[in-house]
Each structure stands twice: as C-alpha cells, then as structure tokens.
Design a binder for this molecule. Structure first.
Ligand SMILES: Cc1cc2nc3c(=O)[nH]c(=O)nc-3n(C[C@H](O)[C@H](O)[C@H](O)COP(=O)(O)OP(=O)(O)OC[C@H]3O[C@@H](n4cnc5c(N)ncnc54)[C@H](O)[C@@H]3O)c2cc1C
Length: 458
C-alpha cells in the first residue's frame, strides 16, 4: 500500500474493512479494540494476515486513466468493460468476478438436454480482458466506502473514479415460506434452482439424466424473476429428456403466476402436443411452504409430494447493493434508487447499477443486459467529458427451446418505452415468434454464439 493511502486510512475505514473480513473468514479478533488505538497504521501490522490483506491495495497496475471498477462479470459487466474502452480508450477498466471462468446461463437449458456441450457455454475472462484491453480480477467484493470511492475485495481494496455494480441476483427463499437460514441452505443443497450459479446447473443436469421415474416438481416464481421464459423452457427440456429416456415420470409445473407469463400459445402447444403424458401445468400455485424431509410442496390449494425437484424461489437484487448502502429494503426486489434513464445512484453520479440488479423492470435477460450495458458505457464516457448521452431503450431477445433432436425453438424481440399515463415502462416494437421450429433452434445457438463473440473475442 502506498504511504499516502495508509495515511488516509481512517478509524472508520479500518472498522469497516475489519468487519467485512471477520464476516468472510470467521476469524475472531478484537477489531474494535485495535481500531480504538490512536495509530491505526501501527496496529494494522499486528492484525492477522487475512485482515491486513483487506487493508492493502489489490494487486493491480497503477491506474493510468480514470479508473472504472465493474463489480460482476456477467452479461452486463463483460459488455460494460468492452464498451467503456470503446467509448473512451483512456479509461482504466477493472472487471471483478468471483467466478474463475464464465459459464453461460442462456443456452444452458439446451445443454441440460445434451444439445450443446459444456465448451459451448464456457469462456475465459482472460480472453475477454486481453481482447478488449482491460484488467480482470478474480476476487470477491466484500464491501464499499463510497465516500472515499473504495471497493474492498478479498484481494485488497481498489480506488475507483467510477463504479458499476452488476452483481446479478440472489434467491429470496423467505417468499416461499422458508425463513430459517439452515432450511434455506438444505433446500438449496437438495433442490437448487439453477438460476444463480453454474454448480446448480451441473447438479440439475445429473438429476434429469439419472431420474428413475415418479414425480418431479418444477416451479415458476412470481415477481420479476430472471429470464421470464426460462422456467417454462426448462420444463420442456426436462420432459424431452424423460421422453427420450422412456421413463415413467410426471413433471408438476407449479406456476406461482395466474398464467404462463410469456410465449403462452407456444408453450401451451408444446405442453399439450409434445408432453401431454409428461407435464401437468398448475397455474396460480403460490408456494407457501416446503417440507424438505417429507419432500412435500404446499400451495394454497394442495400439498404435492415429489421424488425430486428443482425449486426456483423468487429473486431479489444482489445484497451487495445493500452493503453499498443504496438498496431500498422496502421494495420486493431490494433495488437501488437510481435514475431510470442514466442508471446512476440518485445523489451519486459516480456509481451505476446495471444488469439483473437494475431498478428498472426490464426483462432480466442476457440480451437485455448486453444492449443496456452498451448504452450505459456511453453514458459514463459522456459524463466523464461533462456531456450527456441520449437515452435509448435496451433490447430483449429471448429464444426458448421446446423440443430436441432436432432442437426446436421460438423467440421474442422487444424494446421498451415509458408510458406517461401508467408511469411504467412497457414493451414496444415487439415481435413474437411462437411457432417453434428447427430454424428457431439453430437461430437460438447462433444468437448465443454471437453474444459470446461480442463479449469475449471481437
Ligand atoms: C437457465 C437460464 C436461461 C436463460 N436464458 C436466457 C436467454 O435465452 N436469453 C437471455 O437473454 N437471457 C437468458 N437468461 C438470463 C441471463 O442469464 C441473465 O439475465 C444475465 O446473466 C444477467 O446478467 P448480469 O450480468 O446482470 O448477471 P450475472 O450474469 O448473474 O452476472 C453477475 C456476476 O456477478 C458476480 N458477482 C456477484 N457477487 C459478487 C461479488 N461479491 N464479488 C465478485 N463477483 C460477484 C457473479 O459471480 C456473476 O458472474 C437465462 C438465465 C438462466 C438462469
């Protein structure tokens, strides 16, 4: 750590960093007492290594331009890093992700049903950073001090000029009646939802391809969950696998919504014409409780006992927004108070929130995150020059596979506009293609390949 940085380390920062470290490593130290000493710098040297690490600068070259730190290397963060450098090559861009490599959620339902291999979904952060001339730091973000523009990571702190928060979503099990953290952990371990991290997907693939038969529960959450069509698509892929394996299995698709949320005609047709023997679709099935030992899901209408399940709880924005002191905890999604057009935190034009963590109710999709990040990169580049970028709507493009061998899919493309009467964003210039076919299946893979190329290789 540079001396000047050390001198700036106040008691307040020391306490903050120490508290974060205690939470992540479980190390018990008399932080309060240590922090109360007059010379924090001297006492810092007596602290355990894990905590001292937090107080050091992260291992990065010295910034040679305004530094933009991006928290989260998903579809939003990866696109942001690339386009920030395009709009202002003088920016010093650092992309942080706790994952060592990128595994795509889009196209993963096709992978579950063995239509593409894992290489198709997997990409290297190093390739992306080298192609687009930014730094990738494989570390976990632990907290922030927005007053002095610092991000604390398990690798040390980083000073920023601008910060983009794109850490995605978290599950909110309390909204399906599972409040006890121990039960939440058991539920996650036994029946992961497959919408937050790639280990969940690997578990789900194994489950579907080894299921011996019986009742398999899948659900569609309510609220603004990630990828509106994906839970219905997953039910189709699960049924296609069971059908191909010729096992006697029934999928109970418990929809916490009153009806199919998107591509309704296409999914209804698939459920009845392809999977009549496999899928029972149950709308308005609000999950109120889950008994993990008895393998029973309760809704307001009935109890359903299952042999195996994939439980996708409602979601909320990442709790990192809470740590940054910008989340409105009264909202169901725990979203930040941001400018709906410029994406910065109200009162802080140096911190932006994008991707599935965003406050705007745009579809939580990879394509949405990509097109939005291209625009927000322009907003930040303009801000640095004292200018403003003109608002443009994100675009959502979403393919849904319904059958395999050959892969068949349907799609939707839409933009958004603000309705002045209802004061809400709504779909604009929407093109829905619900007649699934093999051209749609090929197009879904070509789309994914094009997006990976944009974020990693071109
Ligand atoms: C099964 C499935 C199918 C889907 N299909 C489609 C589709 O066909 N089309 C489509 O457009 N979208 C689809 N989506 C949605 C798409 O995956 C998401 O909308 C997209 O990933 C959102 O991007 P993001 O960058 O906001 O979040 P993410 O991609 O989730 O990225 C957030 C990143 O932040 C990192 N992070 C979080 N906390 C920290 C921390 N403390 N420190 C460091 N890093 C952190 C995470 O590791 C993660 O890499 C699908 C999703 C799923 C699950």
């Amino acid at each position: 750590m540079a001396n000047s940085d050390k001198n700036k380390l106040s008691r307040r920062h020391f306490l903050k960093a120490g508290a974060a470290a205690g939470a992540f490593s479980g190390i018990s130290v008399p932080l309060q007492a240590a922090a109360a000493k007059d010379t924090a710098e001297d006492k810092a040297n007596e602290l355990p290594f894990a905590i001292r690490k937090l107080l050091n600068a992260a291992t990065l070259p010295k910034a040679d331009g305004a530094r933009v730190v991006i928290v989260g290397g998903g579809w939003s963060g990866l696109t942001m890093a690339k386009y920030l450098k395009i709009h202002n090559p003088a920016f010093d861009v650092v992309l942080i992700d706790k994952r060592p490599e990128f595994i795509s959620f889009p196209a993963s339902n096709s992978w579950l049903a063995n239509q593409v291999n894992l290489d198709f979904l997997t990409h290297s952060y190093i390739d992306a950073a080298r192609t687009h001339d930014y730094y990738f730091l494989n570390t976990t973000v632990l907290g922030f001090d927005r007053e002095v523009k610092k991000v604390f990571t398990s690798n040390g702190f980083i000073n920023y000029d601008y910060m983009v928060l794109a850490p995605g979503i978290e599950y909110d099990y309390s909204r399906i009646g599972v409040d006890d953290p121990a039960d939440q952990a058991r539920l996650y371990n036994n029946y992961p939802g497959g919408f937050v991290n790639s280990s969940e997907l690997i578990t789900i693939k194994r489950k579907l391809n080894t299921f011996k038969g019986g009742t398999f529960v899948l659900n569609v959450p309510n609220g603004e969950y990630r990828c509106t069509a994906a839970p219905y698509e997953r039910a189709c892929m699960a049924a296609a696998i069971f059908k191909q394996r010729r096992i006697k299995a029934k999928i109970l698709l418990l929809d916490m919504n009153a009806d199919i949320r998107i591509k309704k005609q296409g999914f209804e047709k698939a459920f009845s014409s392809l999977y009549g023997d496999y899928i029972s679709y149950l709308p308005s099935s609000e999950i109120s409780q889950i008994d993990i030992d008895e393998k029973t899901v309760s809704t307001d209408f009935d109890d359903y006992t299952f042999d195996d399940a994939i439980i996708y709880p409602p979601v909320r924005a990442s709790s990192l927004l809470e740590d940054a002191g910008i989340a409105n905890m009264k909202t169901a999604q725990k979203i930040a108070n941001t400018d709906p057009y410029k994406y910065h935190v109200i009162g802080d034009e140096y911190v932006y929130v994008t991707g599935d963590s965003r406050s705007q109710p745009f579809s939580k999709g990879g394509h949405t995150a990509n097109s939005e990040a291209q625009y927000v990169a322009e907003v930040i580049a303009a801000h640095a020059l004292g200018k403003e970028a003109r608002w443009r709507s994100p675009q959502t493009m979403c393919f849904s596979a319904v059958d395999i061998n050959p892969l068949q899919a349907m799609s939707i493309i839409t933009f958004y506009k603000f309705n002045k009467q209802s004061k809400e964003f709504e779909f604009d210039r929407t093109h829905m293609m619900e007649d699934w076919n093999s051209e749609g299946g090929q197009a879904s893979l070509a789309w994914a390949e094009g997006m990976y190329r944009d974020m990693f290789y071109r």
